[in-house]
Design a binder for this molecule. Structure first.
Ligand SMILES: [Zn+2]
Ligand SMILES: [Zn+2]
Length: 700
């Protein structure tokens, strides 16, 4: 039976039995505690937990999953993968153990027609209920119902806390002759005899951060049937890499090899097939190679595949050609891989081209170091060397660790982290905005009442001094806090306003050179006295005047930043995501995810798109709304954590062209920008580009 047919049969079977058929969630979950969607239940985690009410009592999915927990086993065993598909049926307080077991049994023995005598099950050693259901209701002979401990028959939670419970696993017996020997542990054994095809999880507890368990108010069912694993059983092959989903990929690898595939080449071939599939599916879900989080994992498995390709002597440029068979086998089920195909091929080709160059010299460097360590007493590779390989040659830490382990040498991970921290310290000094500078904590806690910001409507206002913070040596006031202010404080990439403060009680004035917003919501205006003897006391009335021309230049640049952001997405693609920005009165800088240098034509097209919107003189509107509504309206919010916990957010839109969550100050109509010109385009980090641009008079 083809994998496509198995997928369809499964979903149809449960849909016919009242389950809501839902699409696969993204591989990148909407959950900051998880890097990847690693199981079918991830999209239902909050429902299982009892934090969200389900909209339907039961559901069924085929979920894209990604894991790197057993990455060293991938390609070596028949059934470990990074990317894989999981079929599942879920009950949210509807049926429980009995219903789940009956549904599973009927599907396996009737729909798939697997002979009853091939099926074994395991249950948690204390789960009498599940044991009795298998024995009495299903009528399974007791010698094929195995009781195992928590190591085998307990599932979850994903992350540090969450829903979990005992489970019951269903195995396919490939035959006693496949056992590893007389001491075979049966279904608990890792050998080839028993193939675990389905896990029924009885989700009845919430695991807390401290490891304790609380019973859930609803008892739930979460099941997972590995698509690749079950397809292997049904297709009568021993390894997942032999099924119809993999064969076109492995065949393409073998065809590209300059020699015949030897048995010992098999793991490398499987690693490439698995990893390139994972790379393609991650890219299709919007992950790009980078040096952190999901992007780092993507880069790591791609480089692992490149290294495996070197070992098989694959010619350069082979890996991107594997996208074709992947699209053929998965494109119908996951159309996102079809739409992202050109991007996937370009990124794999580029990464292969750049990494191959450094791979050999890096491996050479590492090889010499390892040879030096081998005779020594303590077999540890220094962390600084691992960092040099990471920094100079682009070796993911885990790859260095794996190569060292092949020689029986450990790696000083702490030393690596120390070297990395030192590097970060050095580069922080060059970052766009240095957040380290500022006030000591004792200065912050005193005035807890947030400053009211008037600057969206006004550039001048009267206000009362509520706090004066003296210079460290006590010689003069350094910061002033008011009950309200028209001064914009540095934030959201926009620099602060400057201006003048007139002390109306004394008739003297000071300059505001910078404004910072503290975590408690107060605005600290850093001042330099214009005249001597301006003492500034709490309770005095002042007139606050923002430098208006400068504010206008900043507004032009900020609105232009939004236009460029939207234009970049139109010209380069939806993978463009804001990675940082800096808006001043002189220029704007915008960092975004993109994998290669922009061509002159692309830059010109981005400018043309943005300048057309400027010529159209569209209205710039700001609206406050709940975060949910803002997201539904399609507003881009790439620093979502900034908005966490806020009930209402501010959405800035330029006609229908651009819509972003933003707290900055903007022009009233796009025409006020005059003109925008990109003056430079460069790389700031792997996978991140920076453009600098000027507007209006600045662009002349
Ligand atoms: Zn065994
Ligand atoms: Zn903005």
């Amino acid at each position: 039976m083809q994998a496509d047919k198995l997928r369809r049969l499964y979903l149809d079977y449960f849909a016919e039995r009242g389950h809501k058929r839902l699409p696969s969630a993204s591989l990148v979950p909407n959950d900051p505690t998880l890097l990847f969607t690693s199981a079918g239940m991830v999209q239902f985690k909050e429902i299982f937990w009892g934090r969200v009410e389900p909209r339907f009592p039961t559901a069924t999915t085929c979920q894209k999953c990604f894991r790197t927990t057993d990455i060293e086993n991938v390609g070596v065993t028949a059934y470990h993968h990074t990317f894989f598909e999981m079929l599942g049926n879920f009950s949210f307080g509807d049926y429980f153990k009995e219903g789940a077991i009956e549904l599973a049994w009927e599907f396996l023995t009737r729909e798939l027609a697997i002979p009853v005598e091939r099926l074994w099950v395991s249950v948690h050693e204390e789960d009498e209920e599940a044991y009795a259901i298998w024995r009495d209701l299903i009528g399974l002979p007791t010698e094929r119902i195995v009781r195992l401990g928590k190591k085998h028959n307990w599932w979850g939670p994903v992350g540090n806390a969450g829903p979990c419970g005992p489970d019951s696993e269903i195995f396919y017996d490939t035959g006693a002759d496949k056992a590893c020997g007389p001491d075979c542990q049966g279904v608990a054994c890792d050998c080839d005899r028993f193939s675990e095809i389905w896990n029924l999880v009885f989700m009845q507890y919430a695991a807390n951060q401290d490891g304790s368990l609380t019973p859930l108010k609803r008892k739930n069912i979460d099941t997972g049937m590995g698509l690749e694993r079950t397809a292997a059983v049904l297709q009568g092959v021993e390894s997942d890499f032999e099924i119809d989903l993999f064969r076109p990929i492995t065949e393409a690898i073998e065809a590209a090899m300059p020699r015949a595939l030897a048995p010992e080449d098999r793991p490398q071939r499987n690693v490439i097939a698995d990893h390139i599939r994972g790379v393609a599916m991650l890219l299709a879900d919007g992950v790009l190679p980078s040096n952190e989080k999901q992007g780092y994992v993507l880069r790591r498995i791609l480089r692992r595949a490149i290294r495996a390709g070197e070992r098989l002597e694959l010619p350069s440029g082979t890996l991107n050609r594997l996208v074709e068979p992947i699209v053929v086998v998965l494109g119908e089920t996951y159309p996102e891989v079809v739409s992202a195909r050109a991007l996937i091929e370009r990124i794999i080709a580029r990464e292969e081209e750049t990494f191959r160059k450094t791979l050999r010299s890096g491996e050479h460097r590492l090889q010499r170091a390892l040879e030096g360590i081998l005779p020594s007493e303590e077999k540890v590779l220094p962390g600084e060397l691992a960092f040099e390989l990471y920094d100079t040659y682009g070796f993911p830490l885990e790859m260095t660790k794996e190569i060292a382990a092949e020689h029986g040498i450990a790696l000083d991970v702490d030393g690596f982290q120390r070297a990395m921290a030192k590097q970060k310290e050095r580069s922080r000094k060059n970052s766009i905005i240095d957040f380290s500078e500022g006030l000591a904590v004792r200065d912050v806690v005193k005035s807890a009442k947030p400053t009211r910001f008037l600057g969206y409507e006004a550039t001048e206002a009267d206000a009362e001094i509520v706090e004066v913070i003296m210079k460290g040596d006590g010689s003069a006031p350094e910061y002033l806090v008011f009950d309200q202010t028209p001064f914009y404080a540095e934030g959201g990439g926009q620099i602060s306003d400057t201006g003048t403060i007139e002390d109306l009680s004394q008739g003297c004035q000071v300059r505001v050179v910078e404004v910072k917003k503290r975590p408690n919501g107060t605005f600290h205006h850093r001042i330099t006295p214009e005249e001597k003897g301006c003492s500034l006391n709490i309770g005095e009335r002042c007139r606050l005047i923002v430098d208006g021309e400068r504010r206008k230049r900043i507004a032009r640049n900020h609105t232009a930043t939004h236009l460029l952001h939207a234009a970049l997405r139109r010209v380069l693609g939806e993978h463009v995501v804001q990675a940082g920005s800096f808006v001043s009165d002189e220029e704007l800088r915008f960092d975004f995810s993109h994998f290669e240098r922009m061509s002159t034509e692309e830059i010109a097209r981005v400018e043309d798109v943005a300048n057309a919107v400027i010529r159209d003189d569209l209205p710039v509107e700001t609206r406050e709304m709940p975060l949910d509504e803002a997201k539904r309206s399609g507003a881009m919010a790439h620093f979502e954590e900034e908005y966490k916990g806020k009930e209402r957010v501010r959405v800035v839109s330029v006609g229908e062209f651009s819509r972003e969550l933003c707290g900055g100050t903007h022009v009233a109509r796009s025409g006020e920008i005059g003109f925008v010109k990109i003056v430079s385009e460069e790389s700031v980090a792997a996978g991140t580009r920076r453009i600098r641009a000027v507007t209006g008079v600045g662009s002349d």
